[in-house]
Structures are given as structure tokens and as C-alpha cells.
Design a protein around this ligand. Sequence first.
Ligand code: SF4
Length: 410
Amino acid sequence: MTDKDKPIKIKSAKKMRDIMGLYYMDALTASQNNKLVAWITSGGPVEPLVAMDIIPVYPENHGAMIGASKMGEDLCVKAEEMGYSTDLCSYARADIACSVVKGGPIGGLPRPDMLVCCTNICGTVLKWYEVQARFFDVPLFILDTPVCHTGYTPEIDTYVKTQIREYIEFLEKTSKRKLDHDRMDEVGKLSLEGQKLWQKVLNTTAGKPSPMSAFDAFFFLALIVTLRGTRTAVDFYKELLAEMEERIAQGIGVVPDEKYRLLWDNLPVWHQLKWLSATFAGHRACLVADTYTSAWCSAIENIDPDNFLDSMARAYTGIYLNIGVDQMAAQVLDYIRFYDVNGMVMHSNRSCKPYSFGQMDIMNIIRKKAGIPILMLEADMTDPRSFARSQAQTRIDAFMEIVRQRGAAS
Ligand code: SF4
């Protein structure tokens, strides 16, 4: 690769690393500063925690760091030695093992004072959090959000809203503090503003050439997950958006000489980000969008900024992983149109069953309705034992040849 072919780096990346460093420092020193820590699932309603000054910590974000640092295999093996199946999600295996051996890139997560588990992403988290609640001997709150196969019903609304009230009671009892509703309103507004900005950042990749790729989105996602509801996240995404708009104005694409535009489905393969990014860029293909990072802004229209707490039930129940396959396919079709993509790469993720089970059906719907080539790539987001680079290289090369031929024919 010559200098001319090297992508122009995104300046905001350094700031983002600094913010995440401070966030983890704050979390790791919480007990010395008399702060409480709650572990929470990635799709969980974090805003009441932020409003009550409880530091939210995300084992899944930690799992992503473990995967990206290539520490996933050792921790997964350790969990298997403890008796957990290789079929269990590698985030769960890595986290359970990490709690025992204090491994991983930051020497393990801070001890939780409580656990908050929302089932809107999967059923695995239920058992995973039960295991951790027993291990740390701390209270666990489970927010059960039924899958909206065909839509959000009044019964689901009543069921989840009741639990949201119980969630606040749980937090008040466990932290021995009262929720300040003015502060809650403020955090709700910041959360919505952050999600809207994140959506705008993702939307910039409709520009041609795309100013960033899904690989960048996987990285910049961390703040909307971990610091949602804070001024820090809002200010950061304003800066990132401005940088992306500037890149568009100057015609700066993240993939030099972008020719093909692809959509990614499922979680990233954290341990292969660099390789996958370089491999697709070598074909002048940019992964301009994905179904994963948009999950943290997909419920914007269901949030009522003037009544955040009440609208949380609907917003958190209707996220991408908690809807039916037909609705997922409809969203994918929207992305294909909006981002004007030539092909789709579906990561068949051995770990993530809710994400991967419906993929064949979605693939068939997309092939029929959009007619674009689709590659199914077998891997696992954290455990590298389910990925073979040489096999992936062959399949990507063959897939890109089809994308090229379709492009030439159209
Ligand atoms: S199974 Fe999927 S959704 Fe559930 S914790 Fe693992 S990666 Fe996340």
C-alpha cells in the first residue's frame, strides 16, 4: 500500500480513546470514591443509573475489548475448564472467566454493587447475570421485554411499564437514594440528543465516498453504549459529526478510491477488524453501514423527551434484536436503499444465536427484494477458534468478484 492509498485517519479517535480511558478509570476506582457500580446489559435502560450517579459498566463492551485485544481465546478456554459449554456466547464465557482470574486488557471489571439485566438482546444474559449475581453475591434486577414478533401490544406495554417502576424501586432500595425526577428528565433529554447525534453520524456514510466505515462505527459506538445520557457523549458526537461533515465537504473517503459499498450484519469480528477492513479495502469496497451500531439509535421515534421514563418501556422493547424477522428484513431493505449498497456481508456469529438464527430467512428476503449479492461469513465476535482466515479470504474474494461483475453489468 502506498501513502496515497492509506486512509486519512479520523482525528476524533484519539479523543474517544481518552474519554473511554477516563470512564474505565472512574469505574475501576469507584469504591475508593464511595461510588456505586452497576453492571448492565448493552441494551439495558441505563438512564436511571446515570440519573442516580451509579456508574454503569457493560460486560459486553468489556467483551469487545477482550476480543479486540485478542485475549478472547484464553478466557473462553478458562470458562470451558470451569464447565461452561463452547456453545455459550463468548462474551458470557470471557466475562465469567475474567471475574475469577481478573484477566483481560484492564485486569477485569470493577466489582459490581448490583446487576441489571434486560432480556431485549437475548435470553443468554439471564443465566449469565444469575451466575454473576451468585459469584459476587449482589442483587440482580431482571427487566423482561417480550419479543415483539409482529408489533408492540398494549399487553406488552403494561407488562414492561410495571417492571420499569419496579426497576426504579430496586435502584432506590439498593442504592439507598431517591431518584431525582428533574435529574432524570435532564438525563433523558441528553440520552435522546446523544442517540440523534449518533444517528446523524451513521447517516453521513450515505455520502460518496463514505467518510467512515462500519469498522469505524464499531469503534465510535462505545460512547453511545457506555456514556448514553451524559453531556460527554453529546459533546463528543457533535465533534465527530462535524468532522464527518468536513470530510464529506472535502471528498475524503475512508477507503481510498471507493468503488463498492457494502452492508454488514451482526456483531463485529473483534479480533479480525484490521484484517477484514484491509481485505475489503483491497477490493475498493467500503462497509458503509451495519445493522449492529444502529441498534443504539433505532428507537428514537419511540422516546418522548417530555416523559422519558414512561416511554422507556416501548423504546427499550422495540430494539432491532427484539423484533420479528420480517421487521428486521424491512429495516435491512431500508439500509440498502438509504446507503445505496452493492452487496451485503452477514456474519454468521457462532456466539450470538438471536442475531444469527434468522439470518437465512433475512438473506432470502433480501435476495428476492433487493437482488444484491450476499456473503455469509462464519466467525465469532470474541473467540477466534471459530474463524479461519484463509477460508474467509477465499470466500471474500469470490464474493467481491460477483459484486464486481454485477457492477459491470448494471
Ligand atoms: S448472545 Fe448475542 S446478544 Fe446475547 S450477550 Fe451474547 S452477543 Fe450479546
